[in-house]
Write a protein that binds this ligand. Structure first.
Ligand code: NAD
Ligand code: 13P
Length: 415
């Protein structure tokens, strides 16, 4: 039987950590996956051992992403590739893991160049706001590339997971009907000790053949998607909950599989706005009570947003019970980059963007742009007042309000 080839698109702090997890699992499950995992790297030059070198060269020679995930050994079956087209070619599983501001360009570059029956998982925390409305990156990637794409999100500060400290995550995947339960006996398939490279290469060469008819499926809002999917050929392991759990689950990274793609994606995006607010009040020296109040109000606005704009499918339980909801909110408001940069900005009296540029060594905040994008979406619909915390964060970033205004601004939520 054929195996899935996996590519991770992105190699930042989280991209490199997820690549490590996946490469460990492809090696551990040679019956399902090709051992070698491709990781697309946005190429740049770095200083290493007194020389200027390409980041991909350093990763491939020393198995460490010295810029975005220093001091963490990466598996040797993880290959850094500076060519996006080459990295995705013949891959049947695509993992999107890069700052959300770059995803549009990446998708346009690989459109039409991927395996038609590929399936994706988006690890991106952000929402896509356009004149027409708000969409999830999982949705947007799926529609743009003509594939099905689920979402992974959780209380997942990358550095802790890279150090193999235990955490949980949530993967939302609502597989198209033709992908699931085609081969329930596969778990009993004997596992060979080493992957069969000849078979893997042969697989790759034949992947462009897609003899099966296109089929329709439901999108994250429960509507019939305009995207016509190509079924995964039966000779491949099905791309269902079990396969994705196997790809991501580690003893230190526990995966819960759910079907609420909208709830999981929104949790990861909106908590970043709340984390900025938590950083603002902490930087102001207001202590844990104020931070807890921010988290309570933030969670309410997250649920309200989900119900208002994705009500057909989103489940409140995703926000209140899953790692992708309340747990991510708590960890992000405790030690995330958005929280830390917002806190420093208030302490030093400078902008969050300034802290991002000077402190993060190229890593990108998602909360600042998400706050602006969500605000422009709400403003266009005259709904800013219904989301006072999200609106306050936007106005503080823009210099229209100060942290001291927060209590009065959010009091309107209870009025
Ligand atoms: P990061 O913040 O480390 O961002 C840097 C990455 O962006 C690098 O790989 C860099 O090469 C790339 N980059 C810079 N300019 C680029 C360009 N013009 N085009 C394409 N790529 C470019 O990234 P990350 O932490 O891996 O975050 C990816 C996603 O994962 C984000 O949505 C984030 O919210 C989410 N996330 C992050 C963490 C975390 O702890 N870091 C945890 C969970 C989820
Ligand atoms: P930051 O991007 O704020 O570091 O958040 C990381 C995260 O998503 C933790 O789950």
């Amino acid at each position: 039987d054929r195996k899935h080839k996996v590519t991770v698109i992105g190699s930042g702090n989280w991209g490199s950590t997820i690549s490590k997890i996946i490469a460990e699992n492809t090696k551990a499950h040679p019956n399902l996956f090709e051992e070698e995992v491709q990781m697309w790297v946005y190429e740049e030059e770095v200083e290493y051992e007194g020389q200027t070198q390409k980041l991909t060269t350093v990763i491939n020679n020393h198995h460490e992403n010295i810029k975005y995930l220093p001091k963490v050994k990466l598996p040797t079956n993880l290959v850094a590739n500076p060519s996006l087209e080459d990295a995705v070619s013949n891959s049947t599983i695509l993992i999107f893991n890069l700052p959300h501001q770059f995803i549009h360009r990446i998708c346009s570059q690989i459109k039409g160049k991927i395996v038609p029956f590929a399936r994706g998982i988006s690890c991106i925390k952000g929402v896509n706001v356009t004149d027409e409305g708000v969409s999830l990156f999982s949705e947007w990637i799926g529609d743009d590339l003509g594939i099905y794409c689920g979402a992974l999100s959780g209380a997942n500060i990358a550095s802790e997971i890279a150090a193999e400290k235990w955490s949980e995550t949530t993967i939302a995947y609502d597989p198209p009907p033709m992908d699931s339960s085609r081969n329930p006996s596969r778990v009993t398939t004997p596992r060979s000790a080493t992957p069969n490279r000849a078979t893997s290469q042969q697989n790759a060469a034949e992947l462009s053949i897609t003899p099966l008819a296109n089929m329709q499926h439901k999108d994250a809002r429960g509507r019939t998607s305009k995207t016509k999917l190509t079924p995964v050929p039966p000779e491949f392991p099905p791309l269902d909950h079990e396969t994705f759990k196997t790809l991501f689950h580690r003893p230190y990274f526990h995966v819960r599989m759910v079907s609420d793609v909208a709830g999981v994606s929104l949790g990861g995006a909106l908590k970043n706005i709340v984390a900025l607010a938590a950083g603002f009040v902490d930087g102001r020296g207001w202590g844990d009570n104020a931070k807890a109040a921010i988290m309570r109000l933030g969670l309410l606005e997250m649920v309200k947003f989900g119900k208002e704009f994705f009500g057909e499918t989103v489940s409140t339980g995703t926000f209140t019970e899953e790692s992708a909801g309340v747990a991510d909110l708590i960890t992000s408001c405790s030690g995330g980059r958005n929280f830390r940069c917002a806190k420093k900005a208030v302490e030093r009296g400078i902008s969050v963007q300034e802290v991002e540029q000077t402190e993060l060594n190229g890593q990108k905040l998602q909360g600042t742009s998400t706050a602006v994008e969500v605000n422009s979406f709400l403003k266009r619909r005259d709904l800013e007042h219904d989301y006072p915390l999200f609106t306050a964060v936007f106005n503080i970033l823009e210099g229209n309000n100060t942290v001291d205004d927060i209590p009065e601004l959010v009091a309107k939520a209870d009025a």
